[in-house]
Design a protein around this ligand. Sequence first.
Ligand code: MRU
Length: 359
Amino acid sequence: MSQCAFSANTYAGIRPIKYQNNVLSLLDQRKLPGEEIWIDYTDYQEVAEAIRSMVVRGAPAIGITAAYGAYLGATAIEAKDAEDFAQQFDAICATLNATRPTAVNLAWALERMQRLVRANLNQPPINLKIGLEYEALAIFEEDLRINIAMGQNGEKLIPDQSRILTHCNAGALATGGYGTALGVVRAAVNAGKQVMVLADETRPFLQGARLTAWELQRDKIPVTLICDNMAGYLMSLGGIDCVIVGADRVAANGDVANKIGTYSVAVLAKEHNIPFYVAAPLSTIDMNLAEGKDIPIEQRDTREISHIGETQLAPEGISILNPAFDVTPARLVSAIITERGVVQDDYVVGLKKLTGKGS
Ligand code: MRU
């Protein structure tokens, strides 16, 4: 019998995305934890800007948002026939897809929406619009179910009394609800294990300090915030039992792109013989990319580093780099946890088997 205390139908936790009657509402994650502000969207160009500016962020959450954005764009299409509709819809999807390059869930969700249109070119545009609304809802609700399944698969790797390090936010806020890496933590708690989380603050956008700390505190899961540069020291003291992170894209060989700083944590974990786990839905696995070196890495505005809020920290005119993600080689990853099972050791074979894709 399932150990899970609830199903997707009974999940009453944080959900950063809401949708009703052609209005998409996003919890503005730039304002957390200070303010809980919801912004309503009816226009796909504004949805694209919300993804770009990180009102919503986290790979699965931006996929869901893009799907709804595409539907909102579709509602305004005036087309003479389905072929004309499909062309206009492709342009909308291209705008949404250009917002953030690293998380493959964005392209995955949009491709799913485009596939629905292409498979139904015998239908009038009004039916295509109805179908797209259902497809966006399906992507949203499936994500919650997937996260709960991933949690159940992953919690078996977490011993009782574990002190778990995490980086960035791969929680309810980064998904349709429950979370990927934090979903595993939630499942361990639901299974009656005593665990605590050490949250890297995650410079420069501070997803750990602002978002992971907020959502775990809210769910009364013990959490201690640390600066990114403290993880090695704590590992050397024996204060961390395992690391769990999410992913923005996993290549076919198991290389993992995730928030900048993840690679450093993985190297430290290897040095200290600490398991380094990645929790990612199958929609994050890109079987079209053989290796992580081909994953596009987003470069963000240097102001995220030179400033905190309105306060300038660095000297005017200083040269700054701001890659938002890095790639952790598969050899540093102890296991990849998915909704369909856990892959260890031979990722090329294991991921091919789980996804049913690849040559
Ligand atoms: O720049 P962000 O905040 O979108 O980056 C998010 C991450 O790196 C997450 O770890 C990843 O998307 C997994 S979320 C379940």
